[in-house]
Design a protein around this ligand. Structure first.
Ligand SMILES: C[S@@+](CC[C@H](N)C(=O)[O-])C[C@H]1O[C@@H](n2cnc3c(N)ncnc32)[C@H](O)[C@@H]1O
Length: 286
């Protein structure tokens, strides 16, 4: 995890070129082909981290789960790139539109941070709108090295969204795409508090997460009326993928939660497959 800071108080960014990341078990595919197949078909268990992984000891247990049936979760050199492509396809191409929405939500702000940035596509979309002070933060160095290769104009930092290595009021806006539903409830709270700390008063938090509608709408006719065949598809997908904490996210009254932590809800749109919110940090809070 990045704990060193530069002269201006920002954390040191991840350096991927010089030190290749260590192999995790799925990076030795011949020996582990059966294990990979079994995880894809039946889901898996805990993540195993290589001993030399940067930041290994700071990674909390709740993160070390296999999300979405990806063998070893977000921790494999080989699989993260494949996961990224598979995710785009599994979402039927809707992620580009979603990223554009996030980028437009923070357009015109000076300093923008994407938390749980994964392979960097959201902050890459923000860069397209002309923002120049661009940051991405993620727990997985495997994800960050893909991001750093694809978006050299962005500063990427290994860190935890619930304990960020940034100074208070550093950012004008924060984006979070498909992060909160992967956190246990107490971490969702901790991340919102941390975002409040690193945002300037009046700053924005733009969130996009899976909509609760694909899990909560049991009636197939209603699903079809709402979103046609895509409604059925996303309802099936939501039941198939491993999402250990998604119920804890959907159980929240998000508007009350945000208001209670000092944010005003500017926008809250729900459909299939996304729920998208824009929250503004009220001025005058400490
Ligand atoms: C579903 S992926 C979303 C990636 C990216 N935002 C996107 O939309 O493509 C969730 C990402 O959040 C990261 N993550 C999960 N918990 C985190 C935490 N507490 N702090 C930082 N990153 C975290 C994971 O490593 C993973 O890259």
């Amino acid at each position: 995890m990045s704990s060193e800071v530069t002269a201006n108080g920002d954390p040191v960014t991840i350096q991927c070129k010089d030190s290749a990341l260590p192999d995790a078990w799925p990076d030795r595919p011949i020996a582990t082909f059966r294990r990979i197949l079994s995880t894809l078909l039946f889901g898996g268990g805990a993540v195993e981290l290589p001993a030399q992984l940067p930041g290994r000891d700071a990674l909390p247990d709740y993160l070390l789960r296999e999300f979405h049936r990806v063998p070893n979760g977000y921790y494999s050199r080989l699989l993260v790139r494949g996961y990224e492509r598979g995710f785009e396809r599994a979402m039927l191409g809707s992620m580009d539109r979603n990223r554009d929405w996030l980028a437009r939500a923070v357009q015109g702000r000076q300093a923008v941070l994407d938390i749980g940035c994964g392979s960097g596509k959201v902050i890459g979309a923000v860069a397209q709108t002309g923002v120049r002070d661009l940051w991405g933060l993620d727990a997985s160095p495997y994800q960050l090295c893909i991001a750093a290769a694809d978006f050299p104009e962005v500063s990427f930092v290994q860190g935890l969204a619930e304990n960020m290595p940034f100074e208070d009021a550093r950012f004008d806006a924060v984006t979070a795409c498909f992060l909160f539903h992967e956190l246990p409830a107490e971490m969702q709270d901790a991340v919102l508090l941390e975002v409040r700390r690193v945002l300037k008063p009046g700053g924005l938090l733009a969130i996009s997460e899976p909509s609760p509608m694909q899990l909560s709408t049991a009636n197939p006719f209603t699903l079809f009326r709402l979103a046609g065949l895509r409604g059925w598809y996303f309802a099936l997908l939501a039941r198939f993928v491993t999402e250990p904490y998604v119920e804890q996210w959907h159980a929240r009254d998000l508007r009350a939660w945000a208001e209670c932590q000092g944010f005003t809800v500017q926008q809250d749109a729900q459909g299939i497959p996304f729920r998208q919110l824009i929250l503004q940090l009220r001025r005058g809070r400490t």
